[in-house]
Design a protein around this ligand. Structure first.
Ligand code: GLU
Length: 370
């Protein structure tokens, strides 16, 4: 098979799931890590750049921290992550002649624009120094509100921050099937997906692997974040050596989610794919038209109603007739906005006693979904 065009990637994120790092769910193992490490070394030797997103800290620490029989508590899991993270890093490092660097991040870091830019610069510096960045969620400190929650989506966010051109999600399944292969022996692997639609999401069942966090759904969410930003994405079976031999030869294996050729600029990517909305602003048709067609900012007078509990600088979704049309950073808290919605900006000072900005969402802080 000839080299496929995606194989020209220069910078890739490789996500390795817990089932490959700690196959017995209790401690790290080199079994599946070795062929992946070889793929990484071979790629780097060809002049390509790799960023690794590795799961497995909780699984790697499970055999060391005692936990309740009914299931580990949050504190127990965080302790497992603390001890397992060091083991997981050491398990990677032993296969490389170059250095590995540890980056532990949370969604709280990614949604702060300054920290987001810092992560980007640090990774760039590590790559320039031929060091392999290994990223995981900072599970020991992350609380529910601050977590990405699964490493598939984390890897997609990392691919966006690092402006990668490919994402390889290594799991213990061959790829996306047209039916559940565990219950349907006629299920067929789908080698190429051109676009992730609602029908594609219907093919994703829930995970039933006790070690892994994500399932097919989080992988599709990840692939949607990346492919809509020009990043080719693959789900491959990391338990099969042959997968990496093929990838090395530029032949795809597993399921290839083709990149949709359209890249937003870095700030718009961050707004759309990294931030979680804290509320909704329902607008009238006039405001929606101005946002859609003239690249205008959102003004208070086009707002009909607000939902949610947001503060100044939070991301909110803009909704027209029940459909989210875009996302932006709001200049006012929900309490302030409740008082000024529908009003002209010259009235803000009379009503609130102050005015941050004429615009509720500035056009520079806004991104359309389509
Ligand atoms: N951050 C978790 C860990 O290292 C894994 C999350 C995931 O696999 O999605 O244990």
């Amino acid at each position: 098979m000839a080299t496929e065009h995606w194989a020209k990637w220069q910078r890739a994120v490789i996500k390795v799931g817990s089932a490959l790092i700690a196959p017995d769910g209790k401690q790290v193992s080199g079994k599946y890590v070795l062929p992946i490490a070889k793929f990484i070394s071979d790629s780097i030797a060809k002049g390509k750049e790799i960023i690794l997103v590795s799961s497995g800290s909780v699984a790697a620490g499970r055999g060391i921290i005692n936990s309740h029989e009914q299931g580990a508590t949050v504190a127990e899991k965080q302790a497992m992550a603390a001890v397992g993270q060091a083991r997981m890093m050491a398990n990677w490092q032993r296969f490389f002649d170059f250095d590995c660097a540890q980056l532990l991040i949370t969604h709280g870091d990614l949604r702060d624009r300054r920290r987001y830019v810092n992560i980007k610069n640090t990774v760039r510096e590590l790559l320039a120094n031929k060091v392999l960045p290994i990223i995981n969620e900072n599970d020991t400190v992350a609380t529910q509100e601050l977590r990405v929650g699964d490493n598939d989506n984390l890897a997609a966010m990392v691919a966006l921050v690092c402006e990668a051109d490919a994402l390889f999600i290594c799991s213990d399944i061959d790829g996306l099937y047209d039916a559940d292969p565990r219950t349907n022996k006629d299920a067929k692997l789908l080698p190429v997906i051109d676009k992730i639609t609602a029908d594609v999401y219907k093919l994703a069942g829930d995970t039933n692997n006790k070690i892994a966090t994500g399932g097919m759904k989080t992988k599709l969410q990840a692939a949607e974040r990346t492919t809509t930003n020009g990043i080719h994405t693959f789900i491959v079976n990391g338990k099969k050596d042959a997968v990496f031999t093929s990838l090395n030869l530029g032949e795809h294996s597993g399921t290839w989610f083709k990149a949709v050729e359209q890249k937003d600029n870095a700030k718009k990517q961050w707004l759309k794919h990294t931030l979680k909305p804290s509320g909704k602003i329902l607008v009238d048709a006039g405001a929606a038209k101005a946002l859609n067609h003239t690249g205008a900012s959102l003004l208070a007078k086009g707002i009909i109603r607000i939902e949610g509990d947001f503060t100044r600088g939070d991301a909110v979704d803009i909704v027209l007739d029940g459909n989210p049309i875009g996302r932006g950073l709001c200049q006012y808290t929900h309490n302030e906005l409740a008082l000024i919605l529908g009003k002209e900006s010259c009235e803000f000072e009379n009503i609130l006693g102050f005015k941050h900005k004429n615009e509720i969402i500035h056009r520079d802080d806004f991104v359309l979904f389509k």
